[in-house]
Design a protein around this ligand. Structure first.
Ligand code: NDP
Length: 332
């Protein structure tokens, strides 16, 4: 992490790739720990929020300038001095953006079973973003058959999973994303009404297809404002993210908050880490199998090479990714 950005992060400026550090894999001291070869790293929207001045408090600590970025990833154990972890084990957890990492605490990682999924799926639909969709839908949607939901950023790992959960519960699904390819994908996975918010007026769609009973908010800003106007009485707003606000120093002022009172809306913000403990064991023992069987669909945007991490991070912020953005750091 090289420099705090004011707007969108810029590869080579906000983040730099540094390959000056080398280690000898056979002799590097492990001090009772284990050496992991990093295979996959996740690129998530929330990484932008960590690129801030550490003095500004938020739910996730700021990255430290001059230190490697870190995020969810999957790696394979190469050497181990801890009996709880064996060479060949695949670990899911937080890794520094490095090719090899020495770790000391096995409890910080989940040992993955081979369920027939690519390891990269465990940072997307079968990992944190999938958990986000599944847990918050369960906790906060209070969905009833025949109701209408509006899902934003519907082609990403969170939105695409929500579309499928909502369809399975018998809802009419309206979904938006920023390109025609993404729109086609959202239709393929079950959205009844899918549109490109860059070329079609969100308000017009919601007027025609609404009112909405559930709003899954991934973007905030003007879209949130449109959803407030299109909400039915007692609608539930699941405030998952506000990516339209992550890269702007001047936040959008939503003007119609009185709808919350007049329509008796429930607005629920959440952070997946706060509800994970309730569902985590169930999720990892059932969900990857459902994804592997093809029942749950997903799309991945694979970027090869750690040197391209900075570009991948910028691409997710501006919507140039199509599907879950993953960095393939190395093959096994
Ligand atoms: P995605 O893979 O969907 O990537 C983000 C997408 O947001 C982009 O591809 C882009 O798609 C869209 N986007 C970017 N800028 C804008 C904008 N100005 N207006 C509308 N859409 C925009 O991400 P995820 O599925 O991983 O995450 C989706 C949301 O969920 C994010 O807001 C994220 O922060 C949030 N999240 C929250 C968690 C929680 O615990 N609360 C946990 C995980 C994720 P497009 O082409 O459609 O514009």
């Amino acid at each position: 992490f090289n420099e705090i950005p004011t707007g969108y992060p810029e590869p080579g400026k906000t983040t730099v790739y540094d390959d000056s550090e080398t280690i000898d894999l056979d002799t590097v001291p492990l001090n009772g720990g284990f050496l992991v070869k990093v295979l996959v790293l996740s690129v998530d929207p929330y990484l932008r929020g960590k690129m801030r001045d550490a003095k500004q408090k938020s739910y996730s600590p700021a990255f430290e300038l001059g230190k490697p970025l870190y995020n969810f990833g999957v790696g394979v154990v190469v050497r181990s001095e801890n009996p709880a972890v064996k060479p060949g084990d695949h670990l899911y957890g937080i890794f520094e953006f490095k090719h090899y990492v020495i770790a000391s605490d096995p409890s910080q990682f989940r040992v993955l079973k081979d369920e027939g999924l690519p390891w990269s799926a465990y940072v997307g639909v079968a990992g944190m973003p999938g958990e986000t969709a599944v847990y918050a839908w369960k906790e906060y949607a209070h969905a009833k058959k025949g109701e209408t939901v509006f899902v934003t950023a519907g082609s990403g790992p969170v939105g695409a999973t929500v579309i499928q959960l909502a369809k399975a519960d018998g809802l009419k699904v309206i979904a938006s994303a920023g390109s025609d390819d993404k729109v086609a994908f959202m239709r393929e996975i079950g959205a009844d009404v899918a549109f490109n918010y860059k070329t079609v007026d969100t308000r017009k769609i919601l007027e025609k297809e609404g009112p909405i009973n559930v709003f899954w908010d991934n973007v905030g800003g003007e879209t949130l404002e449109a959803a407030l106007d299109a909400a039915d009485r007692h609608a539930r707003f699941i405030e998952c993210g506000m990516i339209s606000q992550y890269n702007t120093p001047t936040p959008y002022g939503v003007k119609n908050l009185m709808n919350i009172v007049a329509k008796e809306l429930t607005i629920k913000g959440f952070i997946v880490g706060s509800i994970r403990h309730k569902y985590e064991d169930w999720f990892y023992s059932t969900w990857p199998k459902r994804v592997a069987s093809g029942e749950i669909k997903y799309k991945e945007d694979r970027v090869r090479g750690l040197e391209n991490a900075g570009k991948a991070i910028a691409d997710v912020q501006s919507g140039r990714n199509f599907g879950k953005s993953v960095i393939i750091v190395a093959d096994e």
